[in-house]
Ligand binder design. Structure first.
Ligand code: ADP
Length: 206
């Protein structure tokens, strides 16, 4: 099973992909998380990330190719944050067809923009397990992760300026990918405004 999570920043891709990963026992691969974790990322990459700009396709495609060749991806995987433009979508298809595989479903998380702003501008992320909390789903003890007890931090790109840009980039580059997967007959729309459990239910329904 190869699943792709499509949707604007703050639509819940990370949360839903982690839930699917637990239920289906396949890894979820977040390109954003991989980039944030790489401590030796060049300064240019860090700057692009902070501003909400996309990193060059050549770097991202290679990073993803290396990751999906690992053993834990044999039975499938979930992609969160990749592909983010048509070039990446086509590159993924080429990578997959070379190993006789293809995208099972592209799940398109849709929801109102005001929900996105509210979630992202109040979002805190666990430095250890990457769980996220925000105004509608706050942590029980301030700045402490409910799941693992580690510290919560605000991501360097979760501010109004960067979010405006990420939404602009999303509408221009990423939203058109939904049409690409629709034509292939694998697109499924998910209502992300009703919370993660409802989104998970819709994602896993046949
Ligand atoms: P969000 O969906 O909340 O914007 P992500 O964690 O998916 O956050 O991505 C954060 C940033 O990482 C993006 O704004 C971009 O700079 C970079 N990035 C992640 N995935 C890609 C990708 N597939 N192609 C180019 N840049 C990417």
């Amino acid at each position: 099973m190869i699943l792709i999570l499509l949707g604007a920043p703050g639509s819940g891709k990370g949360t839903v992909s982690r839930l699917i990963s637990e239920v289906r026992n396949i890894p979820c691969i977040s390109t954003g998380e991989m980039l944030r974790k790489t401590e030796d990322s060049p300064q240019e990459a860090i700057d692009l990330l902070k501003k909400g700009e996309l990193l060059p396709d050549s770097i991202i495609n290679q990073m993803l190719l290396n990751r999906i060749q690992k053993d834990d991806c044999q039975n499938g995987f979930i992609l969160d944050g990749y592909p983010r433009n048509l070039e990446q979508a086509k590159c993924l298809d080429e990578m997959l067809s070379s190993i006789n595989r293809s995208v099972t479903k592209a799940l398109n998380l849709e929801g109102p923009t005001e929900v996105i702003y509210r979630r992202i501008l109040s979002r805190k992320e666990c430095v250890s397990c990457r769980a996220t909390f925000s105004a509608d789903t706050p942590e029980k003890v301030e700045n402490v992760c409910d799941k693992c007890g580690a510290e919560l931090k605000i991501r360097s790109d979760d501010n109004k300026e960067s979010l405006d840009r990420r939404l602009e980039v999303f509408n221009k580059n990423t939203a058109p990918i939904a049409e690409y997967y629709k034509e292939k007959g694998v697109l499924k729309s998910i209502d992300s405004s009703k919370g993660p459990d409802t989104a998970l239910e819709q994602a896993l329904a046949e």
